[in-house]
Write a protein that binds this ligand. Structure first.
Ligand code: ADP
Ligand code: MG
Length: 179
């Protein structure tokens, strides 16, 4: 089984994906890390890379190819906005969070490539990033993101701990594959 985790910034995709993979004994892959690396290799930060990506398609191509290859494997968890698209046979999870809570979580996270002074600034930056991503997905893939109907399970993580979210996913998988 392949589990793909999509969702909005700060929803807990990385956190939940890692715990889930560990519990299942699966390998975990994060496309956010790969995009970050592509940016870094070119002396850009993630927002600058996204800006370029609105006009040029090379910023996405590398991750796309990588995900298609992952789709041929088994027993993995993949964190990626578009993995549900490139790995259509996966169990497709979408994690949501209230924008303010998402911004608070991102702000609390120590990341050298992403630093904001206030919650307002963080919320604005995340909203801009979502909008930029949306444009890219529309332009290059004709995808309306996020179209929730494409997912097997949608979870609002606002009032849940990562462990609770993981348990919801595990229950879902158990029910889906035991009947
Ligand atoms: P995403 O990958 O969706 O952007 P992360 O997993 O990187 O989100 O989580 C962002 C921050 O929020 C991390 O510091 C993480 O520890 C924290 N976090 C994640 N999920 C939760 C949760 N359910 N409740 C509280 N904090 C969370
Ligand atoms: Mg992440």
């Amino acid at each position: 089984m392949i589990i793909t985790i999509s969702g909005v910034p700060g929803a807990g995709k990385t956190t939940v994906g890692k715990i889930l993979a560990k519990k299942l004994g699966y390998e975990f892959f994060s496309m956010g890390d790969i995009r970050g690396r592509i940016a870094k290799e070119r002396g850009l930060d993630i927002n600058q890379l996204n800006k370029i990506g609105e006009k040029e398609d090379w910023t996405d191509r590398e991750t796309d190819e990588y995900q298609k290859k992952l789709g041929k494997r088994n027993n993995i968890v993949v964190e990626s906005r578009l993995a549900y698209h490139f790995i259509p046979h996966s169990v497709k999870i979408f994690l949501e969070v209230d924008p303010k809570t998402g911004a608070e979580r991102v702000m609390k996270t120590e990341r050298d490539d992403e630093r904001y002074e206030s919650i307002e600034e963080t919320m604005e930056a995340l909203e801009k990033r979502m909008e930029s991503d949306r444009k890219r997905y529309k332009k290059y893939y004709g995808i309306d993101f996020p179209d929730k109907s494409k997912f097997d399970l949608v979870i609002d993580t606002t009032d849940k701990t990562p462990e609770q979210v993981v348990n919801i996913i595990l229950d879902f998988i158990k029910n889906k594959y035991s009947s």
